[in-house]
Write a protein that binds this ligand. Structure first.
Ligand SMILES: [Zn+2]
Length: 95
């Protein structure tokens, strides 16, 4: 899997993102730890734009970016929580 922001291999997963695509699919993907750290220094609006861009990149090649699609926002948000939980951290982002 690859981080949709920096395009580096996702060795150390960071934030698990739940996002809605432009064609109204609810997806979940992860960004790397370095991008998650960089993100925390950005203003909220920039973070949201960055995650939306990441979602577009990820949807262009879902298998490569480890994208999972869900039926509805609730399911996507729940899945993001569970994935973050299983990964042993509680970082979550909703874009
Ligand atoms: Zn990254």
């Amino acid at each position: 899997m690859i981080c949709p922001i920096c395009k580096r291999p996702l060795r150390v997963p960071g934030r698990v993102v739940s996002a809605k695509t432009t064609d109204s699919q609810h997806i979940v993907f992860s960004i790397c730890a370095a991008c998650t750290r960089a993100e925390s220094t950005l203003p909220k609006i920039t973070q949201v734009k960055r995650l939306h861009r990441a979602a577009v990149v990820a949807m262009a090649d879902p298998a490569r970016y480890g994208v999972e699609a869900f039926d509805g926002r609730m399911n996507a948000n729940m899945a993001a929580l569970l994935i973050a939980d299983l990964a042993g951290h509680h970082k979550r982002g909703v874009a």
